[in-house]
Design a protein around this ligand. Sequence first.
Ligand code: SF4
Length: 286
Amino acid sequence: MARQLDPATRNALVERVRFYRDLGLTEFYRRPVDPALLAVELDEPQTSGAPSFPLASAEWVGDPGPHSDPMEDQPISPRKSISAPPEIAAGVPAADRAAALQMIRDEIGDCARCALHKGRNKLVFADGDPNARLMFVGEGPGADEDAQGLPFVGRAGQLLNNMIAAMGLKREQVYIANVVKCRPPGNRTPEPDEANTCMPFLFRQIDVVRPQVLVALGATAATYLLGHRQPLAGLRGRVHPFRGMQLIVTYHPAFLLRDPRQKKEAWADLQIAMKELGLSKAASSR
Ligand code: SF4
């Protein structure tokens, strides 16, 4: 019988999976577990130096039952297909971009096109300047974003604001959106069918704003923008031609909060974006 994990253990598992995913590790395999050994492992008090959660927990990757928690059901689904990006839409004059974005928002409406609408508090469309030269794309709303209806307003958002400021820009000068516009339960990674359903709206937003530089924050954003899976390490540190724009891939701010040592690498990526935008390092130090 499936065993419910306590919230702390479950969150630790989710964080660990996201950590691996941000490192570009997306293939996970289930190791057969002796139920007797698993019971002992779960019941034993943690000793110093022992892992704080059972890596081989059957509940983590176990068979989904009728009451299975989606976070425990294949947190990452590497074998499901990713939709190809749509044709590039015709350009929109700068003066009409705000209205064009509003039309997309109106078309989305009270969306129920994928399962994520069920747990949504507020749909998170985007934030920022419709004529921005720089756009950031993240994975999906978290709890704070879901409550406020705006992207990147929690702790990761604070760090993103700092990253933008370090580039010599203000948040109001950039455009920010996500792969999915509704919060996945427990902040899990969006399933491919959810992301594939929502991505056409994001591509339309990108084609309207038509930024000079687009920064993909994390592996999920990079995967669905580029249309194929590749470890983050193989995508970072260079410019990808993308729909007539320049795409740069870097770490998600939430990952940088978990592993601040990677901020230096992220800053190197942002400096590539700054170079493309003609922003000087002097501007960033003001
Ligand atoms: S995530 Fe996107 S497709 Fe799914 S319900 Fe929300 S707006 Fe609709």
